[in-house]
Design a protein. Structure first.
Length: 437
């Protein structure tokens, strides 16, 4: 009996088509994948197809230079972007061991449905079939994908070529999943079969569906990169302290502060992102006052005498998160970074006005660019008489001494490379003169 067309499986066509849309928006539309998804790109897909589309798009963008190198011998000239992206998707799937005939058939079918691409279905068929004939060793010999020149140049200038190459090697790998435990990290690692990292995070090599993991429904942990979790540990919130989490969503740091027993005010400009924060608080059973506002307009009178401590995870280039968000180098070109750097300085200055005398401000960015980290601290110290840089606060469990420089704590993707690396972050703890305010 022939299966009804409406209920027949599509052999991954829907997920692949959605993945191609995400890839094309990043490479041609300069839109981050998160922005495209927020606009509803995956709404009509089933949850498994949604997850598959995101996974495929992410892996293609992570391996895009490798895919282009593999395809180059079979192309006399570059086809249009939509076709090129279809070839890239097919190439990455084949390189990762998917059945070649299924991949080829799916990509040909997708090409045949588009008015601008249907004339290229023969090319896609021929190129991917030739690619599939290559021995697996050919992929292993491919060089590690390099960052685009607009970003690689400044990073080489800051950290040196060998260090950047080491970061690129980590960014080319699928990152493990890091969890922040609400309670005992060792017990959580044992329960989930993960590794307890020196900093206290739990790392899973193969997680599967996150919401199906033990402890998710009961709020025993939340997903948070190990590097991102260090900023709240540097703040070292104490029970009963009034703590402000600026730019708080989606809430990983807020939950750390609340779990420490602090009275937390979580502020963010985006009501949509605050919705996720509220969901996370509800799931974990943790409490915080949630405020939707512009951080620069949140004034001292609303702070009722000021905060004991403030965590400012400032908007930045997010260049430290490329291992988890490989769309960024293609969706961005660095043109907006100057405005972000100015905003960071304004936010540091404003956050200092919200502190009680003797309070502390932890400033951090998920950036690999010194202008968004080390330089910001240098300039803040020059602007504010009596402001001190508390380097001792950075000596937390798991932190190697040589990660701490004169301006603060520098975390990079190639640190803990043998464990799967970490996101890039800069963290500093600033203390105004106790007599100010």
């Amino acid at each position: 009996m022939t299966q009804d067309r409406a209920t027949a499986p599509d052999d991954g066509i829907a997920a692949r088509r959605a993945a191609l849309h995400l890839i094309e928006q990043a490479t041609g539309g300069q839109r981050l994948m998160s922005e495209t998804i927020a606009a509803g790109a995956l709404e009509r897909l089933s949850p498994p197809d949604r997850a598959r589309a995101q996974r495929l798009a992410t892996q293609v963008l992570r391996q895009l230079p490798t895919a282009d190198r593999a395809l180059k011998p079979f192309l006399t000239k570059q086809p249009p972007l939509a076709v090129r992206n279809a070839l890239r998707l097919g190439a990455v799937e084949i390189m990762e061991g998917a059945a070649a005939h299924g991949v080829v058939n799916a990509m040909v079918q997708i090409m045949s449905k588009g008015k601008r691409t249907q004339s290229y279905k023969g090319l896609v068929n021929a190129v991917l079939r030739k690619l599939a004939e290559q021995p697996p060793e050919a992929w292993a010999r491919m060089p590690v994908p390099k960052l685009p020149n607009w970003l690689r140049g400044p990073m080489v200038e800051a950290w040196g070529r060998k260090s950047v190459e080491a970061m690129e090697a980590v960014q080319a790998m699928i990152p493990p999943l890091d969890l922040t435990p609400k309670g005992d990290g060792a017990a959580l690692a044992e329960a989930l079969g993960g590794d307890l990292l020196p900093s206290g995070s739990v790392r899973l090599r193969e997680a599967g569906q996150v919401s199906a993991l033990p402890g998710y429904d009961t709020g025993e942990w939340w997903v948070q990169d190990a590097a991102a979790a260090i900023a709240a540990r540097v703040l070292d919130a104490r029970p009963g302290e009034r703590v402000l989490d600026l730019c708080a969503a989606p809430g990983g740091k807020t939950m750390q502060l609340a779990a420490a027993g602090a009275q937390v005010t979580a502020l963010d400009l985006s009501e949509t992102r605050l919705g996720r924060l509220r969901e996370n608080l509800a799931r974990t059973g943790l409490a915080a006052e949630v405020v939707q506002a512009d951080a620069l307009e949140f004034d001292a009178s609303e702070a009722e005498g000021g905060f004991d401590a403030i965590l400012l995870d400032a908007p930045c280039s997010a260049t430290g998160t490329i291992r988890r968000h490989p769309d960024l180098p293609y969706a961005k070109d660095g043109s907006e970074f100057g405005a972000l750097i100015e905003l960071q300085a304004e936010m540091i200055d404003h956050a200092l006005t919200l502190l009680k005398p003797g309070g502390r401000l932890v400033f951090c960015t998920c950036s690999l660019l010194p202008d968004e980290g080390e330089v910001q601290v240098e300039e803040a110290l020059a602007r504010h008489e009596g402001l001190t840089n508390d380097l001792k606060a950075l000596a937390r469990p798991g932190i190697e001494p040589d990660w701490i420089g004169p301006e603060g704590l520098r975390l990079r993707p190639d640190f803990w490379a043998e464990r799967g690396g970490m996101d890039g972050f800069f963290i500093a703890c600033l203390r105004p003169d106790a007599r100010d305010g």
